[in-house]
Design a protein around this ligand. Structure first.
Ligand code: AHG
Length: 324
């Protein structure tokens, strides 16, 4: 049995970063426990409701955010945090070496129906200057600057997927010992696939190239792509990316014209960048459809970006449709 801390040591991860990752995991284990308790914990739900005793129940995504926030602002290696759930960044320890960005519970519409959700995190080095941990400008670094990225998928088992820039490993939470244990090493995404994931109900809002690519996928083996495609949509990016890491595929949340000022639904700093680091470390490709997501210069901590990621050859094929 190889535990998470042994892999971090083997990969030469410094003690400060190890501490930050292990604190994130403490919060994730607690989130996993609460999710596993479901209605028994009295907090299941993605909207404020009353339980059978007439008490107001807290949103589970708010509970998850509070757990991560509390442990990280008290970590002396964390200068500050940015959360998808918070309007503003929060200062931690002034001398802290790292900035942690996270989506505490991605796919939260799945909570009510007891389906997979996940916590996504991204770790950056804090700049070596006088700016404070709540200064949003220190977080505006492109995805290539991440020193670690990961997610915990809360499914039938809780799985941590982590990269510190030396490939991608899976760790499964062993509930008997309360630790994440290595279960798959150096995961690689197959370059080819016959499976796509997209919310088809948005089709009429996409640009023409996107519509053409999906039409050609749907045309099957007699169409221009000459493949019989399968489709999946879990509405939880963590679950979609995990499926792609396990068996390949392409996941898209493309630009659409519903809100022209918001280029896509997903957030660059909490979803796009960390997932891109994981996917590219696993040999896949992660783009906006036109450029690498990790090359996008962020202008705001809550910025959105179109996402097209997964099996390298398929992503390149799909990008070809957007060029014209
Ligand atoms: P949220 O956490 O608000 O439920 O959003 C989830 C994200 C992402 O995980 C998923 O791929 C996508 O939004 C689903 O969006 P649609 O509901 O538009 O399909």
């Amino acid at each position: 049995m190889i535990r998470l801390h042994e892999i971090l040591k083997r990969d030469g991860v410094n003690s400060e970063l190890k501490q930050v990752i292990s604190h994130i995991m403490i919060a994730c284990k607690e989130i996993s426990h609460k999710l596993g308790q479901g209605d028994l914990a009295g907090i299941l739900g993605s909207s404020v409701t009353e339980n059978v005793q007439g008490e107001t129940q807290k949103l589970l995504d708010v509970v998850s955010n509070d757990l991560l926030k509390k442990i990280l602002v008290e970590d002396n290696c964390v200068k500050g945090i940015a959360s998808e759930e918070e309007d503003y960044t929060v200062a931690g320890t002034e001398s802290g070496k790292y900035l942690v960005l996270f989506d505490p519970l991605d796919g939260s519409s799945n909570i009510d129906v007891n389906l997979s959700v996940g916590t996504i995190f991204s770790i950056l080095e804090a700049p070596d200057d006088s700016r404070q941990g709540d200064d949003q400008t220190i977080y505006l670094q492109n995805g290539r600057k991440q020193v670690a990225a990961g997610y915990v998928l809360y499914g039938p088992s809780a799985i941590l997927v982590l990269t510190t820039g030396k490939g991608v490993n899976f760790f499964t939470l062993d509930r008997h010992i309360g630790e994440f244990v290595l279960t798959r090493e150096q995961v690689k995404i197959p370059a080819d696939t016959k499976e796509f994931a997209i919310n088809m109900s948005n089709q009429r809002f996409w640009e023409d190239g996107m519509k053409s690519y999906i039409n050609d996928c749907l045309a099957g083996e007699t169409g221009p792509l000459a493949k019989r495609y399968n489709m999946r949509w879990v509405a939880s990016m963590v679950a979609e990316v995990h499926r792609i890491l396990v068996r390949g595929g392409i996941f898209m949340y493309p630009w659409d014209n519903r809100e022209p000022n918001k280029p896509g639904k997903l957030r660059l700093m909490y979803e796009g960048n960390p997932m891109s680091m994981i996917v590219e470390q696993a040999g896949g490709l992660s783009t906006t459809g036109r450029e690498h997501i990790m090359d996008v210069t962020p202008e705001g901590i809550h910025q959105r970006c179109p996402v097209m990621l997964g099996s390298k050859n398929e992503v390149e094929k799909a990008m070809g449709y957007l060029k014209d």
